[in-house]
Design a protein around this ligand. Structure first.
Ligand SMILES: [Cu+2]
Ligand SMILES: [Zn+2]
Length: 177
């Protein structure tokens, strides 16, 4: 009897944050894997008063600049195409240099050092962690989630649809944290 009672209490405690999640979640994170399934990095997304700070730490990546974007679907399986295109509900043009852009998923490039590691910080006002309530832009944690994707090539911030960034070499589903 005692064990049953404790189990029910724990379940009730676990259920409470879920119900309140839309208004209370201010951080999210993603574990980034390569195409072979090995973990090659982590990203943390922190809601600030005016946007989202993004911390990225990664390793075992090809040195040099790589496009990194916020993609519209929170899935990296069966392959990284499951993440779909960039978060872009208003159908803006891609690219930080594009007068008709950028879309909501666009970010500066990720510059990987010669040893394959990188630590970087980004900031964007074009998404939010928690959602469009109170005027926030599209939520990373919306119904179908979002993913962070690292590309093979640099993003030229201008050409369509992804700035010539090439294939997808890393993908992580963004989850509440
Ligand atoms: Cu991308
Ligand atoms: Zn884009």
């Amino acid at each position: 009897m005692g064990i049953l009672f404790i189990t029910a209490t724990v379940l009730a405690l676990m259920a409470t944050p879920t119900a309140a999640f839309a208004s209370e979640v201010t951080t999210a994170s993603a574990e980034i894997a390569n195409a072979a399934g090995a973990v090659v990095g982590k990203a943390i997304f922190e809601q600030t008063p005016t946007g989202v700070l993004i911390f990225v730490k990664a390793w075992n990546l090809p040195p040099g600049p790589h496009g990194i974007h916020l993609h519209a679907v929170g899935s990296c399986t069966p392959d990284f195409s499951a993440a779909a295109g960039h978060i872009n509900p208003d159908k803006a043009a891609h690219g930080l240099r594009n007068p008709d852009g950028p879309d909501n998923g666009d970010l500066p490039n990720l510059y990987v050092a010669a040893d394959g590691t990188v630590e970087a910080e980004f900031f964007t006002t074009r998404v939010s962690v928690m959602g469009p309530a109170q005027g926030h832009p599209p939520a990373l944690l919306d119904e179908n989630g979002s993913a962070v994707v690292i590309h093979d090539m640099p993003d030229d911030h201008q050409s369509q649809p992804i700035g010539g960034a090439g294939g997808r070499i890393g993908c992580g589903v963004i989850k509440r944290s």
